[in-house]
Design a protein around this ligand. Structure first.
Ligand code: CU
Length: 120
């Protein structure tokens, strides 16, 4: 009976680990647009994000102006805030290998855009 209880506990612990690893990584990613004509995605060190490994992440989006939006698109992903929206929001995003673009839709043509690369 004790042996059976132990094996149930082991199975439960293994299941809990699987659930934990499937959750989004708290990577400190931040997307920021405004209040001036600027847009950026920063890593947890506060540096401009250039590359990141594929996976599921949480990104905090700070939309600091009601004339800009934050639009992130790439393989399997197309998410944006409303132009009139101003505030913070958190997205859970799944990044696949490839090139991702973030931009402010009304001002992308005048340079409010950037890119990062997702590696395997
Ligand atoms: Cu803009």
């Amino acid at each position: 009976m004790l042996r059976m209880t132990l094996s149930v506990l082991v199975v439960a612990a293994a299941a809990a680990m699987v659930v934990a690893s499937a959750q989004a990584k708290f990577s400190g990613l931040t997307g920021e647009v405004g209040p001036a004509y600027s847009i950026e995605v920063k890593n947890k060190a506060g540096k401009d994000l250039k590359t990141i490994k594929a996976g599921t992440y949480k990104i905090k989006v700070e939309d600091k102006a009601s004339i800009h939006n934050f639009h992130l698109m790439g393989p399997g992903l197309n998410k944006k805030t409303g132009i009139s929206f101003k505030g913070d929001t958190v997205w859970t995003i799944k990044l696949k290998p490839g090139r991702y673009t973030y931009q402010c839709d009304p001002h992308a043509a005048s340079g409010m855009k950037g890119h990062f690369t997702v590696t395997k």
